[in-house]
Design a protein around this ligand. Structure first.
Ligand code: FES
Length: 338
């Protein structure tokens, strides 16, 4: 009989558990944020459902008093993982569990402290988190704002830490709902936010290779957060920032990447698709990246922009030999191709 079992946590990932480990302790050792308190079968904090497989679970406080639970049993919906041992590979659900590196989602009321115009159609919205709530997020993640017309997602444009959150909101007549969004924010002093969301981030463990950021429009926002995080963390590898826009006027915050490039190991390449200004690279942003790409497998790529733009960059880079696992964009999760 094998003494190590694969435990799938629905929607969160998987880990290995030795026969002598409880599912709780093996999961926590693998980095899962398993809810728990007593670790002794009393508080019910770790309770969840066994979907596939079988396990033994202790009953009461006597170690010798156990029962076997099979998926589909009535008891399978009330498994206490702190006193459960796998008998085979299992799939389980655990309410409120977080995957390794995943942070818990909070729902908070934020103060809207400033709205500044950055260019003809992008505004910077500053939010302040409530005092006394220590919220964590990773650079590159996003939040959801509860607005009158429904929830809207925005990338967080500043590095984690502190109480202030920066958003870049694009609003123009080509996208009428975006006008309602900025108007709603201007009309109120508070907004409810849920955060953090997103799997494509740079966490506390920094990449051990160069990082390329390829963005269009407000896809610059998550790139900005990740670049600020890398620079503040002493990242030593080169950083490449390629920002595509139609015209120079679309490049909001134009001085910031130039400041980064002057002070750090960062190369900034703005690329304009509808401008004859010879001071800029012309064409589409991924064309400029392909022209400058060295070893396609030696770097990590973060892509920010609309689904068509992100997938076009993905296809172009994949065609040039960049491994799919080296490319990251929230688009790949919320707008996957069939
Ligand atoms: S942690 Fe208390 S019952 Fe499992």
């Amino acid at each position: 009989m094998p003494d190590t079992f694969r435990i799938i946590v629905t929607g969160k990932g998987q880990y290995l558990a030795n026969a002598g480990d409880t599912l709780l302790e093996a999961g926590q050792r693998a980095g899962f944020g398993f809810p728990s308190a007593c670790r002794n079968g009393n508080c019910l904090r770790c309770q969840g459902t066994l979907l596939h497989g079988s396990l033994t679970q202790r009953i009461g406080n006597l170690a010798s008093n156990t029962r076997t639970v099979y998926a589909g049993d009535a008891d399978a919906a009330r498994v206490l993982y702190c006193v459960a041992h796998a008998l085979e590979d299992c799939e389980i659900t655990v309410p409120d569990i977080t995957a390794p590196g995943e942070l818990p989602v909070s729902d908070v009321s934020c103060q809207i402290t400033a709205i500044d115009t950055l260019n003809h159609d992008v505004s910077r919205v500053m939010l302040r988190l409530p005092a006394g709530r220590k919220l964590r997020w990773h650079a590159g993640q996003y939040l959801m704002l509860a607005l009158p017309a429904g929830d809207s997602a925005f990338s967080i444009a500043n590095a984690p830490g502190g109480r202030d959150i920066e958003l870049h909101v694009r609003h123009n007549a080509e996208n009428p709902p975006s006008l309602d969004v900025i108007e709603a924010l201007r009309q109120d002093s508070l907004v409810r936010a849920r955060l953090p969301f997103g799997e494509r981030f740079i966490g506390e463990t920094l990449p051990d290779r160069p990082v390329w950021f390829i963005c269009g429009s407000t896809g610059f926002a998550p790139a900005k957060a990740m670049i600020e995080h890398l620079l503040a963390s002493g990242f030593q590898h080169p950083i490449h920032l390629y920002w595509g826009a139609r015209t120079e006027a679309d490049l909001y915050l134009p001085a910031l990447p130039l400041q980064w490039a002057a002070a750090h190991n960062l190369r900034y390449v703005p690329v304009l698709s509808e401008s004859a200004d010879t001071a800029y690279r012309s064409g589409l942003v991924h064309e400029a990246v392909l022209a400058d790409l060295g070893d396609p497998a030696a770097a990590e790529f973060h892509i920010g922009g609309s689904p068509p733009m992100a997938w076009a960059v993905f296809d172009a880079l994949a065609g040039a030999g960049v491994p799919a696992d080296n490319m990251h964009s929230d688009v790949f999760d919320y707008a996957p191709r069939g």
